[in-house]
Design a protein around this ligand. Structure first.
Ligand code: NAG
Ligand code: NAG
Length: 514
């Protein structure tokens, strides 16, 4: 995402300039130029990171970042670098690596053809899409009759409505929130979404690049959609079994008028099952009760918020990774203020590889403990990149999967026992099954959703589907890959993407589903 922001800042700064088709008379040796450019980049990243981090503002890093005046100055310098890169004649360069680096550096420069409007519009549209989930503008169900003290104040999707999905077993209530949130946001989500798509299409056209390639430009793997498709095939047999089990349980619980025992699962109930994977009272409760899960939160109750981070860091050290320097703990790590504590309270991560700045949540609970392992994966990964040239910094690589893999290992009974967190607890067979089944629900049911989100964007940008049909296409994919349908007939103009779609669109939130 930051790469995109830089891209668009660059655009804004240089529209008035013209590219000098400079005859390179006293041009620096290309290899030297690439090395210098890398160092210059690095310094600029540092400045931005430090300034954002040292802001006393309690907003999230990205919001602070968009307000910094110096960002524009720094962007101008980045533009300078890319302009200089464009001056090299690629034909005459033999060294493959240098050539690739120059091409990379050039591409950044090419973005400025878009003009200021796109820069300001795309940034604002992305921010607006995210805000749709935090604006408190949804009337509570039945005027607040189900709320504590019959409170009728309006609710936000996040965290209020999400919490209701974790607790409610009332299908009508969930359906009401599912529909109201989409209805409330219909106009703004479409405007913001369409504007972003249009901006990307225009940018790609000017750059003479396919819009698909432009959209996925940070990914190193060009075949990843194909590979995801293969994964979908691989998990299909297991997924179908799990789906059938859940559908049957939902049918027993809510009856045939709500859940067709042979059809797709209505989305509001599918969401409920996912949200309740670790809660009591879900459809799995009769088989695996919440009460018989290990007392996970008591395992970590003795921790201070900060010492959870140290414990997670020990895991990475035990893998043989270089210890994080004291500089990270002193200068790049901050505690969130109290206001962040409501709701899920995720860490705020500002990724300026090779630096990662982090505001962590003060809640001490097992889930946070695991999420911390994921965050540190990102920090380590970014740090390991510090010895690479900076044009590798923005590419998405393995930081998310590495974080997830570490989370899986760190949560095993064996590990918890080894580090002394679950000393007196006996992980019996039924308890292990309980844990595994809940993990299965939580993980397996989310995979098709990730895939559908990626495929929707892919098909739209590749022109496989017209923008007017995007919602229909979304539901076709949801039915095909997830076995899920909307809870009611949808209006022609609806855009029914969930909140997580916009998050996925903007950036990968690694531990979102933990
Ligand atoms: C929902 O939960 C309440 C209390 O836990 C219970 O009395 C009720 O029967 C449940 N309703 C359904 C549809 O399962
Ligand atoms: C894009 O669309 C073309 C045809 O319209 C198709 O052949 C190609 O496979 C698509 N590419 C991707 C990555 O979806």
């Amino acid at each position: 995402m930051l790469w995109q922001i830089f891209g668009f800042l660059i655009i804004s700064v240089v529209t008035s300039n013209t590219v000098t088709d400079a005859a390179a008379t006293n041009q620096v040796d290309p290899k030297q130029f690439v090395a210098d450019a890398s160092t210059r980049y690095y310094k600029l990243y540092n400045q931005i990171a430090e300034e954002t981090y040292s802001s006393t503002d309690d907003e999230d890093f990205n919001t602070i970042f968009t307000k910094l005046a110096t960002v524009k100055r720094i962007a101008a310098e980045l533009v300078q670098i890319s302009e200089e890169a464009s001056e090299y004649n690629l034909e005459s360069i033999r060294d493959v690596q240098v050539k690739a680096a120059l091409q990379n550096l050039r591409r950044v420069g090419e973005l400025f053809v878009l003009g200021e409007e796109y820069f300001s519009s795309v940034l604002i549209n992305f921010a607006a899409l995210k805000e749709l989930s935090t604006d408190k503008d949804i009337e509570p169900y039945l005027g607040g009759a189900n709320m504590k003290d019959q409170d009728d104040s309006p609710l936000a999707y996040y965290p209020d409505i999400q919490k209701i999905f974790q607790q409610s077993n009332d299908s009508d209530e969930l359906k009401y929130y599912w529909e109201s949130w989409r209805e409330k946001n219909l106009v703004w989500s479409s405007i913001n979404f369409y504007t972003i798509i249009e901006a990307f299409q225009n940018a790609a056209k000017i750059l003479d690049m396919s819009v698909l390639e432009f959209w996925f430009r940070c990914y190193n793997n060009k075949e990843f959609l194909k590979e995801m498709d293969k994964v979908m095939e691989d998990i299909k047999p297991a997924y179908k079994q799990l789906h059938a089990f859940i559908r049957n349980e939902l049918h027993k619980k809510y009856g045939g008028s709500v859940v067709n025992p042979r059809g797709p699962i209505p989305d509001h109930l599918f969401q409920q099952v996912r949200e309740q994977a670790w809660q009591a009272n879900s459809v799995i409760e009769p088989y695996f009760s919440k009460a018989s899960l290990p007392p996970y939160d008591t395992f970590v109750a003795h921790f201070e918020p900060r010492s959870m981070i140290d414990a997670a860091e020990n895991f990475y050290k035990s893998l043989g990774l270089t210890e994080l320097p004291s500089e990270f703990f002193d200068k790049q790590l901050k505690e969130q203020d109290e206001s962040a504590e409501s709701g899920d309270c995720r860490a705020d991560i500002f990724d300026l590889t090779p630096y990662v700045y982090m505001k962590y949540c003060k809640k001490v609970e097992f889930r946070k403990f695991l999420q911390t392992h994921g965050y540190l994966g990102r920090v380590h990964y970014a740090r390991e990149k510090r010895n690479l040239p900076s044009y590798f910094f923005p590419s998405y690589d393995l930081e998310y999967p590495v974080g997830e893999a570490v989370i899986l290992s760190a949560s095993t009974p064996k590990h918890l026992q080894t580090i002394g967190l679950s000393k007196d607890f006996q992980f019996t067979e039924p308890i292990l099954m309980n844990r595994l089944f809940r993990m299965g629900i939580h993980t397996m049911l989310n995979i098709p959703l990730y895939f559908v989100h990626t495929k929707v964007m892919n098909d739209l940008l590749n022109g496989t589907v017209e923008i007017e049909r995007i919602n229909k296409h979304y539901w076709e994919l949801m039915e095909k890959y997830a076995g899920v349908e909307p809870p009611s007939d949808r209006p022609e103009n609806a855009i029914d993407f969930p909140y997580s779609f916009y998050l996925d669109m903007e950036e990968n939130h690694q531990t979102k589903y933990v």
